[in-house]
Design a protein around this ligand. Sequence first.
Ligand SMILES: [Zn+2]
Length: 77
Amino acid sequence: MKTIEKRYFVCEICGKASQNEDKIRECQESHLIISDDCEIETIYPKGKVFPEEIKVKFPDGALAGYVLNYSQKGNKG
Ligand SMILES: [Zn+2]
C-alpha cells in the first residue's frame, strides 16, 4: 500500500478549497470586502429597532443589498 498526500489551498474568505493555487488566489481576490471606503445606507421601518435593509456601495461602484433575516436584542437597556 502506498499513501499519497494531496495539498489543498483554501480561500480565507469563503472557504472554497482546490489543489489549484491560482484558482483559489483568484477566488480570494474576487471578494468585495466591506471597508471604510464603502457607502452604507440603512433603512429602518417605522418604530423598529433593527434596520430592515442595508445597502452597500463599494468604491468601484458595485452595489449589494441585504434584507434582515433575523434579529436578537442585546443586553442594552
Ligand atoms: Zn473565496
